[in-house]
Design a protein around this ligand. Structure first.
Ligand SMILES: *[C@@H]1O[C@H](CO)[C@@H](O)[C@H](O)[C@H]1NC(C)=O
Ligand SMILES: *[C@@H]1O[C@H](CO)[C@@H](O)[C@H](O)[C@H]1NC(C)=O
Length: 252
């Protein structure tokens, strides 16, 4: 059952990538990011190779035979001493900051290489923390891109608002111009000078957000579609922030 569901989602993924309408071939680059340190569960790092084993490449190719696909394999990174220093001095209260940043810095570089050689790219991982590098790399190449974040969670916590300290709940806060000064020790202007303005972002599917995340969304007027907030079967947190969410949804 799990396999069938996974294949179904791989198939729908295939429809996202297609060659130019003119009939020309379009190059698509793929990078796997076997990262798992943004949260506590082991196993998510296996996702890139499992998706490959589930015929990812063939499914993409079947979606459009004119796609020219290059698989760049899996990303490797090394943790520099400067990042360990930032972690020790400023970000010791969140988990695995140095690994997170090292992985994402490597991904930012890799995405730019792929976009020099391909018209489109696909990052496959299992841990949301890599959303930072994937989008930030794209932003360095295409500053005016639009980001549609499809997720039950907003992933926009700051180092000092996260309750769990898990950095998979923070990648969007590294991308937004409006939140850049909250990561002032991370040298973001150097590693990813192009950032996202809140008008380039929309969320779809929000269902479970933290109180401070709701505050940030409302403060900056970030657009989103939430999931049904009227249900009572366990989604108590979204209930508390339902009115704020509904207000934003109406104005979208
Ligand atoms: C982004 O910029 C490029 C080139 O500068 C332009 O071709 C494209 O239409 C722009 N896209 C949007 C969504 O504004
Ligand atoms: C979090 O830290 C930033 C500075 O890094 C500060 O501007 C912000 O007010 C802090 N937020 C909270 C909720 O403590």
């Amino acid at each position: 059952m799990w396999w069938r569901r996974q294949l179904a989602s791989v198939k729908s993924l295939g429809r996202c990538f297609s060659a130019a309408a003119s009939g020309e071939q379009t190059r698509l680059g793929i990078i796997g990011v076997p990262f798992a340190k943004g949260q506590g569960k082991q196993g998510v790092e296996l996702a890139p190779d499992l998706l490959r084993d589930s015929n990812l490449r063939q499914v993409l190719q079947n979606s459009d035979e004119r796609l020219l696909i290059t698989d760049y394999g899996n990303l490797h990174y090394a943790v520099a001493e400067t990042l360990l220093q930032q972690q020790r001095q400023h970000y010791y209260h969140i988990r695995n900051y140095a690994d997170f940043m090292a992985c994402n810095l490597a991904l930012i570089e890799q995405v730019q290489v792929m976009l020099q050689q391909n018209a489109q790219f696909l990052t496959i991982g299992g841990d949301h923390a890599i959303g930072f590098g994937s989008v930030a790399g794209h932003l360095q190449h295409t500053p005016n891109l639009s980001l549609v974040w499809i997720d039950a969670h907003a992933d926009i916590n700051l180092h000092n608002t996260s309750q769990s300290g898990n950095i998979h709940g923070m990648p969007v806060s590294f991308l937004l111009r409006e939140l850049r000064n909250t990561w002032q020790h991370a040298a973001l202007d150097k590693v990813a000078p192009n950032c996202l303005s809140k008008d380039q972002l929309v969320y779809i599917g929000l269902r479970d957000i933290d109180p401070y995340e709701a505050f940030i969304l409302n403060k900056f007027g970030i657009r989103y579609y939430a999931m049904d907030v009227s249900r009572t079967d366990g989604y108590t947190r979204i209930q508390s922030f339902g009115p704020a969410l509904r207000g934003r949804c109406k104005t979208f």
